[in-house]
Design a protein. Structure first.
Length: 373
């Protein structure tokens, strides 16, 4: 069922030869933890984004943690972000000892409502962390103008936004740094855990490189930087990612074609209460997820099981209401749009290898379900 939702087994079937060759190449080299494969991927990933630097790390959560530290975020500092995100966005802030300050979302795009950010800035604000959720970018121009006026760095959470664009600019290249996850389900996925940061700033990059390597300068046994950890990118993932990066635009194209078919086939269900994703005119969506909304969400998910179709919710619980984050003092009622949306959103199957006939079955099942509510 999981594979049906995400489709990476289908992808493996298609790319098996190339991926096994990548594994064999790295294993034969004897350089498993550090070396030319990771360096090659970093170069290609930086080039893809038109930035100077990329540092490969062990997962997306640590990409955010290390980028926050490299940007100078210290215990007790405040980081402005959203609650409608994957919990790791906020966990990363917590891991640094900083404090998340949540702003509500725009109920149409489900993204950070940039108009609310100024009121959230305090003398302790040390970073703004917009999340380009589902594959669509936050409204970066006003956000960056505000951040620049207050001299606050912007870190983009791009874990769901590989290849997404805002006014032609690619996600991750707009703020002081961008953090990526290559968790297998993501638009660019490794075959295990992996992540990366990108930046144009050589000092931020140099700090990131020390922080991911115990706080040492490369090749030394001497810790120079506080807050380091063991977070390098494994070579085997790097080589798999380097090969898959050449196919990333194709994956995104396939996702957009699937989204266009959903858009076209489901638009008349608006009358039955089904709200489709809204892409802002200046954005190029990369459709990590195709998120729809309906007040009877739970009934729809239950009914779709009869067709052997399992639907995901990203995410059912707003982060600010989770008990593991209760020390930050937020609760139900604090972020009305975030809470309302969390009760109604769900995701339709979306992955590059989703065939047209399978998608047609999903569309028909959903139509029957929604119209019979
Ligand atoms: C997946 C994800 C992360 C965390 O990445 P991992 O590689 O799983 O640690 C962070 N933020 C967002 C928005 C994500 O979707």
């Amino acid at each position: 069922m999981t594979t049906y939702v995400w489709g990476y087994l289908e992808e493996y079937a298609q790319e098996r030869e190339d991926l096994l060759d990548a594994v064999d190449t790295v294993f034969k080299s004897g350089q498993l933890v550090w070396g030319p494969f990771a360096e090659a991927f970093e170069r290609d990933f930086a080039d893809y984004h038109g930035v100077a630097h990329c540092a490969g790390v062990d997962n997306g959560t640590n990409a955010i943690v290390l980028a926050l530290r490299a940007l100078g975020v210290s215990p007790g500092d405040e980081v402005i972000t959203v609650s409608n995100t994957a919990a790791p966005t906020v966990l990363a802030i917590d891991m640094v000892g900083a404090v998340p300050v949540f702003v509500d979302i725009d109920p149409k795009t489900y993204l950070m409502d940039v108009d609310l950010v100024e009121a959230a800035i305090t003398p302790r604000t040390r970073c703004i962390l917009p999340v380009h959720l589902y594959g669509q970018c936050v409204d970066m121009d006003p956000l960056q103008a505000l951040a620049a006026a207050h001299d606050i760095p912007v870190l983009e959470d791009c874990a769901q936004a590989h290849g997404a664009r805002y006014k032609g600019r690619i996600a991750g290249s707009m703020g002081q740094a961008g953090a990526f996850s290559f968790y297998p389900t993501k638009v660019l996925g490794a075959y295990g855990h992996a992540g990366a940061t990108i930046t144009d700033d050589p000092e931020i990059d140099a700090r990131l490189r020390r922080l991911r390597y115990y706080g040492m300068d490369e090749q030394q046994y001497y810790v120079v930087e506080q807050g380091g950890q063991n977070s390098r990118l494994d070579q085997v993932h790097a080589e798999i990612l380097r090969r898959k990066l050449t196919r990333l635009d194709g994956y995104i194209e396939a996702r957009r074609a699937i989204a266009a078919r959903y858009d076209e086939s489901l638009k008349d269900l608006l009358d039955s209460g089904l709200i489709l994703p809204e892409t802002v005119g200046y954005n190029e969506h990369s459709y990590y997820l195709y998120v729809v909304r309906h007040p009877e969400r739970d009934r729809i998910i239950e009914a779709m099981k009869a067709y052997d179709i399992s639907l995901n919710i990203s995410y059912p619980w707003p982060v600010h209401t989770m008990t593991g984050f209760s020390r930050f003092g937020y609760g139900k009622g604090d972020l009305p749009h975030t809470e309302e949306v969390a009760g109604e959103i769900f995701s339709l199957p979306m992955f590059p290898s989703l065939g047209e006939s399978k998608q047609a079955e999903i569309i028909e099942a959903l139509r029957t379900t929604v119209e019979s509510l």
